[in-house]
Design a protein around this ligand. Structure first.
Ligand code: SF4
Length: 290
């Protein structure tokens, strides 16, 4: 669906400007473009339909991927994962409804009221995060309506007008799943990922995987990513955007991580338990981690 940026455009544009110089100084190696999926080093040894989180795992030894793929251990749901899904749903529903109402030119204040009422009413939100979640929905609605309001009266093109959210991408050309879901893609081909955590190194690999899968499908360059961190769940809402140049280094790191996971699955070799585990790992009870 088409919507707009839930953070001010000027903030994102200011950050992205810093990346242009990096791209100029370190151009992307053409053989690492997603559209070269049919030859090394992009062509995978085999096609296992890996999810992005299996390749860019939160587990330092990738034991979670081994447990799921080789030992066939079912993952356990937990509160953190449930809240993550819920917040993604709230964001996408808010964007979808704002767009729907703005398309029929309703009064912005009516749009705001109706969207907030509908999204909050249609979603089961646990009491402990309800105030926080409502604040998030209100913030996104206000932000989107303000940008739309400016683009209806101001000069120039609003860069986020053609933002597409919940983009389905076929990652199978790179050995990934056929059903990857990218949080958003802007009209200028910036891939966007929402995260409800502090920054982790694997987030960069995840967004690189999406960018390369998009390149494989669309045959156009996807050079930049934007990770939007939404934090303070249950307390004060905090949103930060981290722009990222999808450099040759990151692309090589993604290919290495993918090939390492493929080798691990084919060899069935059991990785050791990690010494430091992600608190939200859904295999904690299986690994005996408190
Ligand atoms: S509990 Fe720790 S060792 Fe086990 S899969 Fe999760 S992160 Fe890895």
């Amino acid at each position: 669906m088409v919507g707009k940026m839930p953070i001010p455009s000027y903030v994102v544009l200011r950050e992205l400007r810093k990346l242009h110089l990096r791209r100029f100084q370190e151009p992307i190696d053409e053989e690492l473009r997603g559209w070269n999926w049919d030859r090394p080093p992009l062509r995978p040894r085999t096609y296992l339909g890996l999810s992005v989180s299996e390749v860019a795992s939160y587990c330092p030894t990738k034991r979670d991927t081994w447990l799921r793929r080789v030992a066939k251990v079912p993952s356990e749901g937990n509160e953190t994962l449930k809240i993550g899904l819920l917040v993604h749903e709230l964001i996408h529903e808010t964007i979808k409804r704002v767009r729907k109402y703005l398309a029929v030119n309703e009064n912005p204040l009516d749009v705001y009221r109706d969207v907030v009422e509908e999204v909050v009413g249609a979603t089961e939100i646990p009491e402990c995060i309800k105030d926080w979640a409502i604040r998030l929905v209100k913030h996104i609605a206000i932000q989107l309506i303000a940008e739309a309001s400016w683009s209806s009266v101001g000069d120039g093109v609003n860069p986020w007008l053609s933002w597409i959210s919940e983009v389905r991408v076929d990652g199978s050309l790179l050995g990934l799943s056929k059903n990857l879901r990218v949080d958003a893609l802007t009209g200028s081909n910036i891939v966007v990922d929402f995260k409800l955590s502090k920054p982790y190194e694997n987030h960069k690999l995840m967004i690189t995987a999406y960018a390369m899968a998009l390149e494989a499908n669309l045959e156009v360059p996807v050079d930049y990513g934007l990770i939007i961190y939404i934090n303070g769940v249950g307390n004060s809402l905090n949103i930060k955007a981290e722009p990222l140049y999808i450099s040759s280094y990151l692309r090589k790191d993604f290919i290495d991580a993918r090939d390492e996971v493929i080798d691990m699955i084919l060899s069935e070799r059991e990785p050791p338990k990690a010494t430091s585990c992600n608190p939200a790992c859904p295999f904690k009870s299986y690994c005996g981690v408190a």
